[in-house]
Design a binder for this molecule. Structure first.
Ligand SMILES: Cc1cc2nc3c(=O)[nH]c(=O)nc-3n(C[C@H](O)[C@H](O)[C@H](O)COP(=O)(O)O)c2cc1C
Length: 144
C-alpha cells in the first residue's frame, strides 16, 4: 500500500482541516496517509519518498510560517529533485503570493507541484476546496 506523508503547520486549525481532507483522498485511493505536524516531521523519510504533501498558511507578510515551516523547507531545498509534491494552505486577506512563491521554490528545487498549483482557501475549507484536496490526496497516493 502506498504511504503518503502530509506535513503541515497550522496556527488556528484551517490548514490542519485541509490536511485532513488530503488524507481522506489518500485513503479513498487505497493509500495510507500519515498526518504530521511539521514540528514532529522526519526530514529523512521525506527525502526517501516519491510523493508527499506540504501545508502551511500565509504568515508574516506572504511568507511561510517562520519558526518551524520555513526552517523545514530550507532543509528540503536541494533534496527534493524529481519528487511529486502537493501544496496547500489557508490565507486571510492577501493575494496568495505566498503560495505562488512556494510553487516557484519547489520547481526551482527540481520537484513537481502536483496539479500545477497549490490548493488555497480563504479561511476554513469550503466544499469545493475539500473536493480539490481529496483529489490531491488521490493523485499523491497513485504517485507514492
Ligand atoms: C501572524 C500572522 C500573519 C499573517 N499573514 C498573512 C498574510 O500575509 N497574508 C494573508 O493572506 N493572510 C495572513 N494571515 C492570515 C492567515 O493566513 C489565516 O488566518 C489562515 O486561515 C490561518 O491558517 P491556520 O488556521 O491554518 O493557521 C496571517 C495570520 C497571522 C496570525
Amino acid at each position: 500500500m502506498s504511504k503518503v506523508s502530509i506535513v503541515f503547520w497550522s496556527g488556528t486549525g484551517n490548514t490542519a482541516a485541509m490536511a485532513q481532507s488530503v488524507a481522506d483522498g489518500v485513503k479513498d485511493a487505497g493509500g495510507e496517509a500519515e498526518l504530521i505536524p511539521v514540528g514532529s516531521a522526519d526530514i529523512e523519510s521525506l527525502k526517501s519518498a516519491k510523493a508527499f504533501a506540504l501545508g502551511c498558511p500565509s504568515m508574516g507578510a506572504e511568507q511561510l510560517e517562520e519558526s518551524e515551516m520555513e526552517p523545514f523547507m530550507s532543509d528540503l531545498d536541494g533534496a527534493i529533485g524529481g519528487k511529486q509534491i502537493g501544496l496547500f494552505g489557508s490565507y486571510g486577506w492577501g493575494n496568495q503570493e505566498w503560495m505562488r512563491d512556494w510553487e516557484s521554490r519547489i520547481s526551482a528545487d527540481g520537484a513537481t507541484v502536483v496539479n500545477g498549483e497549490g490548493v488555497t482557501v480563504l479561511g476554513a475549507p469550503t466544499d469545493d476546496t475539500i473536493e480539490a484536496l481529496k483529489d490531491l490526496g488521490r493523485t499523491l497516493a497513485r504517485n507514492a
